[in-house]
Design a protein around this ligand. Structure first.
Ligand SMILES: NC(=O)c1ccc[n+]([C@@H]2O[C@H](COP(=O)([O-])OP(=O)(O)OC[C@H]3O[C@@H](n4cnc5c(N)ncnc54)[C@H](O)[C@@H]3O)[C@@H](O)[C@H]2O)c1
Length: 320
């Protein structure tokens, strides 16, 4: 995938080098000509363990390049990351001038449908402003994705390459999923929010999104991948009293006879309604979770009585 990272400061440099390392074609673009000159010679403005090696190796391999020609970098890309600074303004709020200037530039420079990703730290509501700025000049469809950076200085490369989790807001279209797949950033510990009518329906919707993204795979293969990638589905429902409660926690067990097998570990038991509140609580089903052995083998103590498991096979069979 061709990616432009606009702003090659702390964040942009780490993001660009890591995306090149995962096989993408990355152009790091910045208005600071001396910074770009030095980067071309593998001289980095910051020290971050492993970064210099990544920059050098990926420049040598032709996957990472640096330029002051922001417009050209965007014109060659399908995805543009906005990673410019957002210095605090006079009232302490983030100054969005650079972010919105880049958004306008993206609108002018784009030559195809694009995903525009904001990496900079920005207040809620910025995605709409970014979309407005891109739209002023855009001649192609585009999608704005908010992907704020949470890097820890000193561990930025390691955090990017092996994040302990990825949080994605609701996937409204296939492009976010598509982009994540393309960047090969699917790691253990990711979290995704899907609107659905239950845990099984959530899996069906993921299948549909993968199909919509144009994946040329048989349904069986998609199901196998979904079953392998997802461990737990936590289902949150809006109740009659207006509150949101977790009403089901289901474990994805595997794939059998062309179906994904699931098992409820916790289910909300409704015990009544007092006119104002829904009464009841999340109760264990008595099923021993499939991941318990894995955790135990890693030295993590997981009391099985949390799950209502009493160690009795007949009891479990009865419950299931
Ligand atoms: N540094 C961190 O640890 C960190 C962590 C999380 C989030 N962030 C956020 O990420 C964003 C970037 O931070 P940073 O530390 O990388 O900033 P930085 O100041 O190191 O880099 C920003 C770069 O953007 C360039 N730039 C500015 N306007 C431009 C334009 N119109 N076109 C092209 N390039 C332009 C600047 O020349 C500079 O090189 C900020 O919003 C920051 O709050 C930073």
């Amino acid at each position: 995938m061709n990616i432009a990272v606009v702003g090659t400061g702390y964040v942009g440099l780490v993001v660009g080098a890591c995306l090149a390392e995962t096989g993408n074609q990355v152009a790091g673009a910045d208005v600071d000509a001396s910074k770009i000159d030095r980067l071309k010679q593998n001289i980095l403005p910051i020290y971050e363990p492993g970064l210099e090696d990544l920059v050098e190796r990926n420049q040598a391999a032709g996957r990472l390049s640096f330029t002051t020609d922001v417009r050209d970098a965007i014109g060659r890309s399908e995805v543009a990351f906005i990673a410019v600074g957002t210095p605090p303004g006079e009232d302490g709020s983030a100054d969005l001038r650079h972010v919105l200037a880049v958004a306008e530039e993206i609108g002018k420079a784009m030559k195809r449908e694009m995903v525009v990703v904001t990496k900079s730290t920005v207040p809620v509501g910025t995605a709409a402003k970014v979309a407005d700025c891109v739209a002023k000049h855009a001649k192609h469809p585009f999608h704005v994705v908010s992907n704020p950076e949470f890097l820890k200085e000193g561990a930025a490369v390691a955090d990017f390459m092996r994040p302990d989790r990825i949080v994605i807001g609701e996937c409204r279209g296939p492009e976010a999923l598509d982009m994540l797949q393309a960047m090969k950033t699917g790691h253990a510990g990711s979290l995704t929010t899907i609107h659905s009518n239950g845990p099984r329906d959530a899996l069906a919707r993921i299948e549909t999104m993968v199909l919509m993204s144009g994946a040329d795979l048989p349904l069986r293969a998609i199901r196998e991948q979904v079953a392998a990638a997802i461990d737990l589905v936590v289902y949150v429902e809006r109740m009659q009293d207006g509150t949101r409660k977790i009403t089901q926690i289901s474990e994805v067990r595997g794939y059998e006879s062309e179906l994904i097998t699931m098992q409820d570990l916790f289910v909300f038991q409704r015990e009544g309604y007092d006119g104002q509140h829904v009464l009841g609580g999340l109760r264990p089903t008595g099923i021993r979770p499939g991941f318990s052995d894995q955790l135990t083998s890693r030295g993590i103590d997981l009391p099985l009585n949390w799950f209502g498991y009493e160690g009795d096979a007949a009891f479990e069979a009865d419950r299931s």
